[in-house]
Design a protein around this ligand. Structure first.
Ligand code: AKG
Ligand code: FE2
Length: 223
């Protein structure tokens, strides 16, 4: 029945099928995909609102590396982050949407994506994230990086581009403006990338699809 649906919990799977297909095709062709106006607008609005309403105490200085290797280095990255869980309707809708994308990629590309983790990121004016890799071959199990941007009316003069490099020899790269609703997906072990400083506050979500790895015989916990 129609009136029994809960529109606030729908994941927009149907409306995004063409987009998911296009992301999958790009990943096959070139290993990455840049999609302007990708996020459903009402979802993007709600995510932006939730990101901006995060209290200072919920945003943490971002670090580098996992678990024992984790450290803070202000010369490498200057963003503040907050991990997203399914405890709010908005967080849940985001996770539903990314689960639909995950399912689509697994069906179309047999990627074996198993879990997803993501966080809001806030870059204050002047903040950056120096050139880095999200995963190293044979080490991590992050296989696909996903970034979406939540910045209305972002202009090219505002800076804050993501620069995606083809490989370690590439120093030119492809630049992406962090405009509202734009999505970027790329193979985590393949593309060095960086975030250039912006003149405005820059809001985004960064996430990673992972394959199932094991640590010491137990299921690899996220993060
Ligand atoms: O915000 C971006 O454009 C990319 C962020 C990033 O590279 C990361 O969080 O690992
Ligand atoms: Fe990254």
């Amino acid at each position: 029945m129609f009136d029994q649906q809960q529109p606030q919990l729908t994941s927009h799977a149907d409306e995004s099928v063409g987009l998911f297909e296009s992301i999958a095709n790009d990943i096959v062709d070139k290993g990455y995909s840049v999609q302007p106006f990708a996020l459903p607008v009402d979802l993007a609005n709600d995510l932006f609102e939730q990101a901006q309403s995060l209290h200072d105490s919920e945003l943490h200085v971002a670090g580098i590396g996992r678990e024992q290797q984790h450290s803070h280095n202000p010369f490498v990255r200057r963003d503040e982050i907050c991990w997203i869980d399914g405890n709010t309707p908005t967080g849940q809708r985001w996770l539903n949407w990314t689960a639909d994308l995950q399912q689509h990629l697994n069906r179309q590309l047999f990627m074996g994506l198993y879990s997803f983790e993501s966080h809001y990121a806030h870059y204050q004016p002047g903040a950056f994230y120096k050139r880095h890799m999200d995963a190293f071959q044979g080490q991590g199990n992050r296989v696909l990086s996903l970034v979406v941007y939540l910045n209305p009316e972002w202009l090219s003069d505002d800076g804050g581009e993501l620069v995606l490099y083809q490989d370690e020899h590439d120093h030119q790269g492809v630049k992406v403006l962090p405009g509202f609703g734009t999505l970027v997906a790329f193979l985590s072990e393949q593309f060095p990338h960086e975030v250039l400083p912006a003149v405005r506050d820059r809001w985004s979500i960064a996430g990673w699809f992972r394959i199932n790895g094991t640590h010491g015989g137990r299921l690899d916990p996220p993060r």
